[in-house]
Design a protein around this ligand. Sequence first.
Ligand code: GLV
Ligand code: MN
Ligand code: MN
Length: 409
Amino acid sequence: MTLDINADRYRESFEAYSEIGATANDGLHRLALSEADRTVRDRFVDDLEALGLDVRVDEVGNVFGRRDGTDPDAEPVLIGSHLDSQPYGGRFDGQLGVLTALETMRTLVDSDVDHRRPIEIVNWTNEEGSRFKPALMGSGTFVGEFDVEETLAATDADGTTVEEALEEIGYRGTEPCEPREGIHAYLELHVEQGPKLEERDRSIGIVEGIFGMAWLEATIRGESDHAGPSPMHARQDALVAATDVVSGVRRLSNRLANDVVTTVGEFEVSPGSINVIPDKVEFTIDVRSYDDDVVAELVDRVDAELDAACAREGTTYELEELWRIPHTEFAESVREAVLKSAQARDASHVEMVGGAGHDASYLNDITDAGMMFVPSVDGKTHNEAEFTEWDDAIAGARVFADTTRRLAR
Ligand code: GLV
Ligand code: MN
Ligand code: MN
């Protein structure tokens, strides 16, 4: 059941793809549906076509490449991840998973290995949710969690819609964004993006599940006035209230459960002048836990923080929930397949839960989905310093290829 991937080819592809949208500090700036995303997609499609795969692009830009199996009636195994990145993010997040799936396809074609089930590789559109919200957009639309029209109408900070951006880069496909048939299993390799594998000195994480999370957007409104003559006691300073909320949100992480993480990542002050009291602040809040009830409670507590801070400062607020996803428990069948493949290779492994969002979570709604993690040096990610040792990536890719073959038997 083992497959011999070509480690040099795997690494060379990684280096070549990493040049598309490269930053000065060895990172990646390849926002969803940007020019750099167009260039990397073009390269990906060329690579799939060179393998003789049947390539399709759906109406939200998800790209698929299919290799037939020996049984024309069998449901396919789907493998892949995403090629978009965070702003000034790392080279491994998403890209390593797509290129591991590509190396698996290349190995199957090269060694002329038969598999009963078709195998399809996929690059999901806008996994990161950074330019267009929410995250996991392509996979969420594919499984029916998001409406196609809503997805196409989502806008970036400049008001450009997903539909316009897809048309601009030539990836507004014609295929309906939905499964054409039953899918037997979905498998995704990803960098861990945290420190657990490194701490335990294991090369492979067999992912049991993924945290649930909620994304919120708060707007606080006060009154602008002159920074000089306006007496302190008469002010309704939106920024003073907002910073109280930021501190309160940070403190929530220690209160409700051990695994709770909370982040304010976007923050905009208006009118933004040194000598004007801010009358409006908009900011986002990201809250996560493996326990969905805790996530629900966190949303209520964020609301309570806003309420208290605005009462103190005489400001008002609105809180909008942009997105929520429950925690994921991956399919036993895929976990078992990864475990057997890791054992057969004598690869060190451990079962673990992941804190980052992944397309595999949505795929798990419609098929048996699973994930493998490989270690992130110092646990760093969403950062140009993101790095995975090549020995770990290669060990992961070997187990990934074997698992794909096992699932496609
Ligand atoms: C995606 O990278 C997320 O976890 O927010
Ligand atoms: Mn990712
Ligand atoms: Mn990411």
